[in-house]
Design a binder for this molecule. Structure first.
Ligand code: NCD
Length: 321
C-alpha cells in the first residue's frame, strides 16, 4: 500500500489486512513497554491545516509506538499563514526527508493533490480533507464494530469483514467526511448501512451511495441495528441555517434516553468525536454502557499504527509484534 487517501478505492482484502494488522498492534497497547522498533529511523510528519485534537494526537502516538521520528506541523503560526502554498510546504518537507506525511486540510482533495504530484516521494495518509474523506476514522469504526460482533459470536475478529451487520449513521451527513468514508468501507466489508438525516443535511447524489436513506430516526432504530453512529453537527461548516433550532434538531435526530431504551441490548453507540452533548447525543447515551466512544479512540491508535506500518514497510506482518 503506497498511500491511504480514501475508502472508495480500498479493496475488501486490503481493508481486512489493515484491520488484522491493527489487531496485532492493539496487543502492544496492553504491554508495559508500548513500543515496537518497526519504523526506527523513519520520519513521519503530521501536517495539520485544520484544528484537531484526537486525530493529531492519535497519529503522533501511533508513530511513536512504532519508534518513528515525529514532526508536528500545524498551519497556524507557520509560514502557511503568511501565504505559503501547499506545494512549497510539501517541497520543504521533502527536503527535510519526510518518509510519510499525514495531512489534514480544509479543502476536499488536498491529500490526493499531495500524493499525485511529484512534489514529494513520501507516503501520504489522509487524516481528513474537507467534506471528502477520513479513511482512518472509518477503519477504526470498522475495527470497533468487528471486535464487537466477534466477541458476541465468540470467534476471533481476525480475517473477517462485517458481513450481515446493520449500521445506522445519523445526523450531519452533508458535512461529514466520516460518513462518506464509513459508508464505502462498511459496504465493502459486507455491512448494510442506513443514513438518517434531515433532508437539508443529506448530500446531493446520496441516492448513488451504497446505502439506504431514511428520514425518520425512530423507524431506523426500531429495525434493531447492531451499531448507531451519531455524527457531530458541524456548525463551523454551516453558513446558513440547516435546521429550525437546536431543540428541534435534538428532538427529531438526537439520541436521547428514550431512543436509547428502544435499542436491542446488543446494539452499540458510536461517535467520532468531538461530541456536542445535548445536541446530537445526550449525556445518557454518551456515557451509557453501550457507548464505544472511548474504545473508538483506543482503536484509532491501533489502526494508525497499522496504516503507517503498511505504507512505510510494504510488508505483510509487523516486525517485533
Ligand atoms: C471528525 C472529523 O474531523 O472529521 N472528527 C475526528 O476526526 N475526530 C468528525 C468531526 O469533526 O465531527
Amino acid at each position: 500500500m503506497r498511500h491511504l487517501l480514501d475508502t472508495v478505492n480500498l479493496s475488501r482484502e486490503d481493508a481486512i489486512r489493515i484491520l488484522d494488522v491493527a489487531e496485532t498492534m492493539g496487543d502492544v497497547a496492553g504491554r508495559e513497554v508500548k513500543k515496537l522498533p518497526a519504523l526506527r529511523g523513519r520520519t513521519v510528519v503530521n501536517l495539520f491545516f485544520e484544528d484537531s485534537t484526537r486525530t493529531r494526537i492519535s497519529f503522533e502516538a501511533a508513530a511513536k509506538r512504532l519508534s518513528a521520528d515525529v514532526i508536528n506541523f500545524s498551519a497556524k503560526g507557520s509560514s502557511v499563514s503568511k501565504g505559503e502554498s501547499l506545494k512549497d510546504t510539501a517541497q520543504t518537507l521533502q527536503a527535510m526527508g519526510a518518509d510519510a506525511v499525514v495531512i489534514r486540510h480544509p479543502a476536499s482533495g488536498a491529500a490526493q493533490r499531495l500524493a499525485r504530484t511529484d512534489w514529494i516521494d513520501a507516503a501520504v495518509v489522509n487524516a481528513g480533507d474537507g467534506t471528502h474523506a477520513h479513511p482512518t476514522q472509518a477503519l477504526l469504526d470498522a475495527l470497533t464494530l468487528r471486535r464487537e460482533l466477534a466477541a458476541r459470536d465468540g470467534v476471533s475478529p481476525t480475517g473477517r469483514g462485517l458481513d450481515g451487520a446493520r449500521v445506522v449513521i445519523v445526523g450531519d451527513v452533508v458535512h461529514s467526511r466520516v460518513a462518506r468514508s464509513d459508508v464505502w468501507l462498511m459496504h465493502r466489508l459486507g455491512a448494510r448501512v442506513t443514513l438518517v438525516a434531515p433532508p437539508t443535511l443529506l448530500p446531493v447524489g446520496v441516492e448513488s451511495w451504497p446505502c439506504d436513506v431514511e428520514l425518520d430516526l425512530d423507524r431506523a432504530l426500531a429495525a434493531g441495528p447492531d451499531a448507531v453512529m451519531m455524527l457531530r453537527v458541524q456548525a463551523e461548516r454551516m453558513q446558513s441555517s440547516f435546521f429550525p433550532s437546536v431543540a428541534e434538531y435534538s428532538r427529531r435526530w438526537g439520541l436521547d434516553a428514550p431512543r436509547l431504551a428502544v435499542l436491542p441490548p446488543q446494539s452499540i453507540v458510536m461517535h467520532p468525536g468531538p461530541m456536542n452533548r445535548g445536541l446530537e447525543i445526550s449525556a445518557a447515551a454518551a456515557d451509557s454502557p453501550r457507548s464505544r466512544v472511548l474504545a473508538q479512540v483506543a482503536n484509532g491508535v491501533s489502526v494508525r499504527m497499522a496504516v503507517l506500518y503498511l505504507v512505510l514497510s510494504g510488508a505483510n506482518t509487523p516486525e517485533g509484534a
